[in-house]
Ligand binder design. Structure first.
Ligand code: GAR
Length: 207
């Protein structure tokens, strides 16, 4: 299969990664997942990559001299594989400016809320859904956006909403949002690989 080289960065279960693996193997994305990189050795996502013969790389932060050394290793991994698109699929480390600049317009992230609500530093995973429910929001959703030097501040590519039902718990809301995350992340990766995402300043135009 031809197409672009993708690196998928993960920290946990990897259900979004699985959606990408399935889509790529079914030819719904014109690209191949060249590597799955985790910042946690015990991430189940690594197992998912192994199950599909995809190179799985575990970079344990504690084994690096510091954040700069960890970031340098990430850069090395991207460069050595000629990575065209970096997908953050539940990756909980923050990428340094050197990487966000070098790969500007080539890094996408999935976030489990409707940005700019319930995002930024400290808002990840379950914490997002808990905050949505505590706030009494009636709608939530998922967002795929380009990554810039801020946290969840880059141009929005795709969004979809879900209703926050009466009696919703963080667990039930997370499950609901994950269903649409899987669709959005695959759609965004597919559009990117077809060259159909145009960046116009802060705005994204889908061709
Ligand atoms: C997903 O809900 C993703 O949106 C979220 O982590 C979860 C990972 O699930 N990411 C963030 O909160 C980033 N700010 P997965 O490992 O099953 O794909």
């Amino acid at each position: 299969m031809s197409g672009l080289n993708l690196a998928v960065l993960v920290s946990g279960n990897g259900s979004n990664l699985q959606a990408l693996i399935d889509a790529a193997s079914q030819g719904r994305i014109n690209g191949r997942i060249a590597a799955v990189i985790s910042d946690r050795k015990d991430a189940y996502a690594l197992q998912r990559a192994n199950n599909h013969g995809i190179e799985a790389i575990a970079l344990d932060k504690r084994e690096f001299a510091g954040k700069a050394a960890f970031d340098a290793e990430l850069s090395k991994q991207f460069r050595s594989r000629n990575i065209d698109l970096i997908v953050l699929a539940g990756f909980l480390s923050i990428l340094p400016t050197e990487i966000t600049k070098e790969y500007e317009g080539k890094i996408i992230n999935i976030h489990p809320s409707l940005i700019p609500a319930f995002c930024g530093k400290g808002f990840y995973g379950e914490k997002v859904h808990k905050a949505v429910i505590e706030h009494g929001a009636k709608m939530s959703g998922a967002t795929v956006h380009f990554v810039d030097e801020g946290t969840d501040t880059g141009p929005i590519i795709l969004q979809q909403s879900v209703e926050v039902a009466e009696g919703e718990t963080p667990e039930t809301l997370a499950a609901k949002v994950l269903v649409i995350e899987h669709q959005l992340i695959v759609k965004a990766a597919a559009l990117f690989c077809e060259g159909r995402i145009l960046l116009d300043g802060k705005k994204v135009i889908i061709l």
